[in-house]
Design a protein around this ligand. Sequence first.
Ligand code: ZN
Length: 154
Amino acid sequence: MKLHHHTAFSLAASGTLYLLTKSWGLAIASFIAGIFIDLDHFIDYFREHGINLDIKKFFRICKNAQFNKIILLFHGWEWLIVICTIAWCSGWDPLMTGIVIGLSHHMILDIFYNSKNLRAYSIIWRWSKGFEFDTVFPNLTPKKYEYKNSLDRT
Ligand SMILES: [Zn+2]
């Protein structure tokens, strides 16, 4: 899913959470977690395309799935389980609960938009597949090769 979609959804979700709970901490934590989980795309981008701050190139690379490997360090059911356990142990502290909600709606939206394969959002499963992009996100692979072929024709 695209950044502006995540931002809009996170804003709406956080506004609703605030209306329901009157907790700024919970609402802001959900908003931030629902967007900034995607910072892990920079790790994959830097690893495969070198460290640079060309934001247009970054978004073009992500949009056209130009990755051989995809780690997505922060996108993982495993993290969600850990953070959910911490939130539960803290008596559902508003900040931890907001992070759980933000990460949850982000990953659910990613699944609907990027892959219907729930396993694709497990770090352990991606690791078992060698983090191979074409294996983890086979539905995005045609987009990747269409873009590569369009570059070859120019
Ligand atoms: Zn994401």
